[in-house]
Design a protein around this ligand. Sequence first.
Ligand code: 5RP
Length: 297
Amino acid sequence: MPDDSGQNKEQKNKDFGVGIPVATRGFFLKGASHLDWGMKNRLSKIFNPATGKALMLAFDHGYIMGPTSGIERMDLSIPPLMPHVDCLMCTRGALRSCVPPETDKPTVLRCSTGATIFRDLSNEVIGVAIEDAISLNAAAITTQVCIGAEYEKATLANLSQLINEGYKYGIPTLGVTAVGKEMARDARYLGLACRVIAELGAHFVKTYYCEPGFDEVVAGCPVPVVIAGGKKLPEAEALEMAYKAIDQGAVGVDMGRNIFNAENPVAMVQAVRKVVHEGEKPGKAYDFYRTLMAGAK
Ligand code: 5RP
């Protein structure tokens, strides 16, 4: 006869929640439900699960343009902005030399190289080994595709390479739609580029806001879309563009010049944050920007 002491008594004190079904959870980002845990965990560091949105700070411009205005000294201009963003997007050189390693901000690592403003910007290769992305604790890796440009095929191959390598280690890939001077930034072109990037397997896409039709660009892309800021605009216009993009389905901005070249970058990044995470209307966000600026004087 089994002895009802010791192990059996202990078993009776356990709670297995018998009868409570295990929850089958979805995932808060479009197109990501079937990804592995590591991919989802990294994406959850870039995108805030509470709002589903991300404010990314792009300062990778130097890899093609050299010391870009506003980020001539990344060690001085970037750290004050970092507390207000969800994520950094930069090169490994910038990260190692100018970003304090104590930061808890995830990084989307620019991995392409091979072109500068003196040459064809589409003529790139992947220059960062996946092992180095891992050693830098990258939350995602990224390259651009130049649809319709001379080296379109090479840029698509670069993206595929990152996606393949990232999958081995649970690192998601951001595909960026680069637009050459000769290309129209319209919904037809951007919609095609975003869709191609998603179909190749990128986990999120960065593109430009366009009108009309940005809502269709987003709807036709089965993974999350964030917008680049593009060239510097007056602050009120940049906030309006961010608002319209979010309103039409973008899940964030990956903004550079419109933040670090603002009259007051620390105020601007906080105003953009309000738009991205709180859906603040652009007029109110601009008032907030002006208030912060006045307080800083
Ligand atoms: C270019 C990029 C850059 O990071 C991005 O365009 C820079 O941001 P912004 O346009 O807001 O200055 O990915 O391929």
